[in-house]
Design a protein around this ligand. Structure first.
Ligand SMILES: NC(=O)c1ccc[n+]([C@@H]2O[C@H](COP(=O)([O-])OP(=O)(O)OC[C@H]3O[C@@H](n4cnc5c(N)ncnc54)[C@H](O)[C@@H]3O)[C@@H](O)[C@H]2O)c1
Length: 255
């Protein structure tokens, strides 16, 4: 077993479900103490009940709310003494429509708020604590849908995930001198919960079309997103900041 995160305190937003929950488990497995901010209280309870209470803290926090984020971050710092790592995974297209005709102003607000403002609120709230510990690592969540014109997700998601890249780079420039690195992960399609159902419902011909667009010719396992996130969070990437790491089986080969 590797112990890359012994003594580290991590915060994972969206950590009660999908990729975020797998990141929580992997961080704890490797020695970190982890706080989870998520809106799904049942999923938080289910996950945290399987974990050592000294190593894990679950909080119902909507990352759209700066006030809730600040309050919860203060509680994490008071319980665990600081924060070294932020994994800002809360996000997605959040059930909003893909096609322009059906995307309402409220849909756009939701997607921008959770993805961009949520990442902003969380980063802003943890950075003073990271500075006082001499540094830290922030991993934001972009997407192949923000790196290219995805057929699967719509303009609200594309705008949000492209915006996260701008946020990541500008923030990396601003806090690098404090020893804080800021990088983004840009996954392709990973079949978590709802997305697995969507993929299973496709015809064999449609599934083949998806796979034909992926040079590695297979769908990924969730851990194939987790490990690149842990790399960016860990000292193994100590001279990498402002980077976007594409994890998509070669479906998009960006410059
Ligand atoms: N799964 C994929 O194929 C894929 C591809 C590219 C990017 N991503 C990105 O990866 C991240 C995780 O995706 P996932 O598929 O694991 O999603 P998911 O929907 O399975 O899990 C997201 C978690 O975030 C929580 N959440 C939603 N809104 C929140 C809010 N306002 N405040 C706090 N928590 C909130 C949910 O309750 C859930 O537990 C997202 O940012 C998503 O956009 C996923």
């Amino acid at each position: 077993m590797k112990n890359r995160f012994d003594g580290k305190v991590a915060l994972v937003t969206g950590g009660a479900g999908g990729i975020g929950a797998e990141i929580v488990l992997a961080l704890i497995e490797e020695g970190a103490t982890v706080s989870i901010f998520d809106t799904n209280s049942e999923a938080i309870t289910n996950l945290v009940s399987t974990l050592d209470g000294k190593k894990a803290l679950g909080k119902v926090v909507n990352v759209r709310s700066q006030e809730s984020v600040e309050e919860a971050v203060a509680q994490v710092i008071s319980k665990f003494g600081g924060i070294d790592i932020l994994i800002a995974a809360a996000g997605g297209s959040l059930g909003t429509p893909r096609d322009l005709d059906y995307i309402s102003a409220e849909d756009l607000d939701l997607v921008i708020d959770v993805n961009i403002k949520g990442t902003f609120h969380c980063a802003k709230a943890v950075i003073p604590a990271m500075k006082s510990r001499g540094g830290g690592s922030i991993v934001t969540f972009s997407s192949i849908g923000g790196r290219s014109a995805s057929p699967v997700t719509g303009v609200a998601y594309a705008a949000a995930k492209a915006g996260i890249i701008g946020l990541t780079r500008r923030l990396a420039r601003e806090v690098g001198g404090d020893g804080i690195r800021v990088n983004s992960i840009a996954p392709g399609l990973f079949l978590t919960g709802r997305l697995q159902g969507m993929f299973d419902a496709m015809s064999p011909a449609e599934q083949k079309e998806v796979l034909d667009g992926i040079p590695l010719k297979r769908m990924p396992r969730i851990e194939e997103c987790v490990e690149p996130v842990l790399f960016l969070a860990s000292e193994a990437s100590s001279y990498i900041t402002g980077a976007v790491l594409d994890v998509n089986g070669g479906r998009l080969m960006a410059n």
